[in-house]
Design a protein around this ligand. Sequence first.
Ligand code: TRP
Length: 480
Amino acid sequence: MQAKREHWGGQLAFVLATAGSAVGLGNIWKFPYLAGQHGGSAFVLIYLLCVLVFGLPLMLCEFVIGRTAQKDAVGSFVVLAPNTRWWLVGVLGILTGLIILSYYSVVAGWSLHYIWETITWAYGRLDASAMGTHFGAFTADYRLTILWHAVFMGLCVAIVVGGVKEGIEFWSKILMPLLFAMLLFIVGWVFFLPGAWRGYEFLFALDLWKALKPDVVIAALGQAFFSLGVGMGCLITYGSYMKKEDNLFSSALWVMIADTGVALLAGLAIFPAVFSFGLKPASGPGLVFCTLPAIFKGMSGGRFIGLIFFVALAIAAVTSAISLVEVIVAYLIDEKGMERMKATILVGVAAFLLGVPTALSFAPSTPEHPFGLKDATIDLLGAKLTFFDVVEKFTSNICLPVGGALIVSFILFGWGLDQAVRNLEEGTSSGWRRFSWWWAFLLRIVVPVLLLLTMAYSFGLFGFDAHGGMVLLPVLGGGA
Ligand code: TRP
């Protein structure tokens, strides 16, 4: 006999936990550097549109599947469409989740290391121009990065072992408000830096021609997926701990507002400082680990602000990673009858081991670091990719969009839109129900078209030239 299913304490708990899942490295590490690379305001505008027409409907799909079925990401499909193969969608989700978790934990480990470096002021003693080399030397030292990766996985396991209420909910209720407060504090602080206004201009002054470039649209679409955490059953799992009397529409809206809000806050914390110090916004994934330490070193109160920043980054990462752990743990508990303790440790160990090659991907092989995999790259469409590049791109650009498409197809063809709408409306007053019409409209028309476009692009069926004009890639017979 299985123990009774745990539930969130209420709608607030659900929103905080799910916002915790959504708000993560994607918001504070990835969003600012993508915005920096893709022209700032242009990217921000398209991203917001993608979240609204694309992320929000998908989020509702996952919520309603999970809440109705009251099961994990695989079992939910079995309950709603028995004797079909739709459960394979859940299996794809579990595998995707495990891979994302493995590399996510490595990057999160870097943020733990930078907390440590801020406390000991290790980078504060360096020349500002040496930050990139310093970061490179750190990631090359894989014994250290693997150690931090293990510490981070350990933290996640410790939280998830506590269960839905006493683990995930308890920590989300403490950490999420703290995270908001910390980011707001930094945003207020950098507001007073000389020349900060250029950062606001960069983020919000709209140049529509830039915004309409297709590569900006594709990048924004992928980011919307990753940041909201849709496409792999994570929100099916969290939704399954929700009660029938809670409102799914308002919950989804709040999660979206929190997720977008934190991404914008991260931008407002970072770009005014970047411009004030005359640095470049388009420095890519190193923006947070190379550009920011240079700023903290030069800014008054920088050591304090730096500490707040990296702690906030780590908090955001923990509350996201635990949701990925919980997806697989819930599967092992519901489908395999495993105990929570055993399941959580198993997931932690598996994700740790799978993350090791990712940690090695940043280290060149040298006599003192013979296992480095940085130069062990494979060629794909002219780019040299490391193990990390492969797993990161494969999951974000292929697994999540495919998973999302399958989840939408399940609602349309497996379960039935009418059934889904009926269950979605449970727990709402009639005023909310006009949103069901919009939801159904987006799912039937807008979402499929957008998904097909992204997937075609990810599979390399078409690409863009240097001016943003569309070209067909050789696969389709176009010139390169
Ligand atoms: N959304 C989180 C972030 O932005 C990461 C995350 C959590 C995620 N759960 C997910 C990404 C599910 C994809 C799928 O950092």
